[in-house]
Design a binder for this molecule. Structure first.
Ligand code: IPE
Ligand code: IPE
Ligand code: MG
Length: 234
């Protein structure tokens, strides 16, 4: 496959953990556990297939609506996974956290900030992890920063460009989002990378995230390779 046939940046909406667990008569957090293991494997598959960057939707700004024991289970899982994330950073992987991490407990916040900082010069692969992330919140945050710059006189509102706003998104240092993969049968973005997905391709799949395999990834990339991306042209 030629280079343009391989997406540079894939977004994964890791959905279906709860249904996967339910099918096995297990608590939802059992599904999240399994989903986290697939997250780790998917990073390697992406690298093997020549993808440069992968962003994973792990916890949305709306997921706080879930029962407290499920939210707590996800936070505990995150604590356990931070060690793995740190190990990944040693393999020339840069970790970028997308989202407002100020809502998390201090130990998680400190670790995540540290992982981002210590991995920032790695160039082998970029892993984005969306945590307490919402596309609307991300755009709103960028708008606030721009408006502060206007108020301080640094810029004038008439000079604001799409590029300026884009530079204030969490994805500023990532390649453009080419492909969004959502397993679990749902066909929506659920507030994931809504700005960045403006011209991305979408592949929706019926597989539940904990069952997602390298073959599924290859299928999605193959679909992508067959799409004609016109970006408004002909
Ligand atoms: C996605 O799986 C994981 C998170 C949102 C944290 P779900 O928990 O949404 O699984 P379903 O959609 O209920 O099956
Ligand atoms: C999207 O899944 C969020 C993550 C995968 C982290 P949801 O399960 O929260 O989305 P909805 O509720 O089906 O839209
Ligand atoms: Mg879901």
């Amino acid at each position: 496959m030629g280079d343009t046939l391989i997406p540079q940046h894939i977004g994964f909406i890791m959905d279906g953990n709860g249904r996967w667990a339910k099918k096995r008569l297990m608590p939802r957090n059992f599904g999240h556990n399994q989903g986290a293991a697939v997250f780790k494997k998917t990073i390697n598959w992406c690298r093997e297939l020549g993808v440069k960057c992968a962003t994973f939707y792990a916890f949305s700004t709306e997921n706080w609506k879930r029962p407290p024991d499920e939210v707590k289970g996800i936070m505990d899982l995150l604590r356990r996974y931070i060690k793995d994330i740190r190990e990944s950073a040693k393999e020339d992987i840069r970790i970028i956290i997308l989202g407002d991490i100020s809502a998390f407990d201090e130990d998680i916040r400190v670790e995540l900030t540290d992982i981002m900082e210590t991995s920032k010069d790695n160039t082998g692969f970029i892993v984005g992890i969306a945590l307490n992330y919402g596309g609307r919140a991300e755009i709103c945050r960028a708008a606030k920063i721009l408006s502060e710059r206007c108020v301080s006189g640094e810029i004038s509102s008439a000079d604001i460009t799409e590029d300026m706003l884009e530079q204030l998104l969490y994805t500023a240092e990532m390649p453009p989002l080419d492909l969004v993969i959502r397993p679990s049968g749902e066909q929506r973005l659920s507030n994931f990378l809504i700005w960045q997905a403006a011209y991305a391709e979408f592949v929706f799949m019926d597989v539940l995230w904990p069952d997602f395999t390298k073959k599924d990834l290859e299928y999605a990339i193959n679909e992508y390779a067959g799409r004609s991306r016109r970006f408004g042209g002909i």
